[in-house]
Design a protein around this ligand. Structure first.
Ligand SMILES: CC(C)(COP(=O)(O)OP(=O)(O)OC[C@H]1O[C@@H](n2cnc3c(N)ncnc32)[C@H](O)[C@@H]1O)[C@@H](O)C(=O)NCCC(=O)NCCS
Ligand SMILES: Nc1ncnc2c1ncn2[C@@H]1O[C@H](COP(=O)(O)OP(=O)(O)OP(=O)(O)O)[C@@H](O)[C@H]1O
Length: 202
C-alpha cells in the first residue's frame, strides 16, 4: 500500500510520447506536488562510468558511446525505436535500474507528507499500475502527438511515428486511465483542467 498518512497519495502520470506529461508535471510541481521523473531516472541509470552504460556498450557497441564517455542518445534511439528486439535489450538493462532509483525517490517524497507524482511514460507497458494509487493519463489524439513531437525534437514524420509506435496506443491508455487530462487544446485549457483536478490535494 503506497498511501502514507491520511492525505498523502501516489499518482501515476503517463500518456504517449509528447502528449504533455512534462508540461503537466511542471504545473503540479509548481503547486506543491513532488515529481519523480522516469526519463530523468533513466538518464541517471546510464550516466558516464555507470554499470548501466557499460552494459549498453557491451550490447550495442562503442558506436553508441561518445568521445566524452557519455551515451550517444540519438544513435541509440535510432537503433531501438525501430527494432523491438533491440528495444527489449535496452529495456532489460535500464528499467530495473530506473525502478530502484524511482522507488527511493518516491519514499523520500512521501516522507515529506506531500502528494507524489510518478511521471512514467511506460507505466502501462511495464504494468506498474499496482505501484500507484491512481493513474492520470495525459491525452492527445495521435495526430497531435506526432505533430508536437516532430516540432519539439525536429524529427521526420517517419522518426516520430517509430517512436509513437513503440508504445501502447494513446487510445488504449485513455481507456485504462483513472483520470484523463485532455491536452489537445490550448495550454490555457490544460491549466484550467489541472486547477480543478488538484483541488483535493492542495
Ligand atoms: C533511447 C534513448 C537513449 C533515447 O533518448 P532521447 O533523449 O532521444 O529520448 P528521451 O530519453 O528523452 O525519451 C523521450 C521519450 O521517448 C519514449 N521512450 C523512451 N524510451 C522508450 C522505450 N524503451 N520504449 C518506448 N518509448 C520510449 C518516452 O515517451 C520518453 O519520454 C532513451 O529514451 C532511453 O534510454 N530509453 C530507455 C529507457 C526508457 O525506457 N525510458 C522510458 C522511461 S519509462
Ligand atoms: N496544450 C499544448 N499546446 C501546444 N503545445 C503543447 C501543449 N502541451 C504541450 N505542448 C508542447 O508539446 C511538446 C510535448 O510536450 P511535453 O514535452 O510536455 O510532452 P511529454 O509527454 O513530457 O514528452 P516525452 O514523452 O517526450 O517526455 C512540447 O514541445 C510542449 O511544449
Amino acid at each position: 500500500m503506497s498511501k502514507v498518512g491520511v492525505n498523502v497519495t501516489v499518482i501515476g502520470l503517463t500518456g504517449g510520447i509528447a502528449s504533455g506529461k512534462s508540461t503537466v508535471a511542471k504545473y503540479l510541481a509548481d503547486n506543491g506536488f513532488i515529481i519523480v521523473d522516469a526519463d530523468i531516472a533513466s538518464r541517471k541509470a546510464v550516466e558516464a562510468g555507470s554499470s548501466g552504460l557499460e552494459e549498453i556498450r557491451t550490447v550495442f557497441g562503442d558506436g553508441v558511446i561518445q568521445e566524452d564517455g557519455t551515451l550517444n542518445r540519438k544513435a541509440l534511439g535510432e537503433i531501438i525505436f525501430k527494432d523491438k528486439n533491440q528495444r527489449e535489450k535496452l529495456n532489460a538493462i535500464v528499467h530495473p535500474r530506473v525502478r530502484d532509483i524511482m522507488e527511493a525517490e518516491k519514499e523520500a517524497g512521501l516522507a515529506l507528507d506531500k502528494p507524489v507524482v510518478m511521471d512514467i511514460p511506460l507505466l502501462f507497458e511495464n504494468r506498474l499500475e499496482h505501484t500507484v494509487d491512481e493513474v492520470w493519463v495525459v491525452y492527445v489524439p495521435k495526430e497531435v502527438q506526432i505533430e508536437r513531437l516532430m516540432a519539439r525534437n525536429q524529427l521526420s514524420l517517419e522518426e516520430a511515428v517509430s517512436r509513437v509506435s513503440s508504445q501502447l496506443s494513446i487510445e488504449e491508455k485513455k481507456q485504462k486511465a483513472d483520470k484523463v487530462i485532455d491536452n489537445s487544446g490550448s495550454l490555457q485549457s490544460l491549466y484550467h483542467q489541472l486547477e480543478l483536478l488538484i483541488q483535493p490535494y492542495v
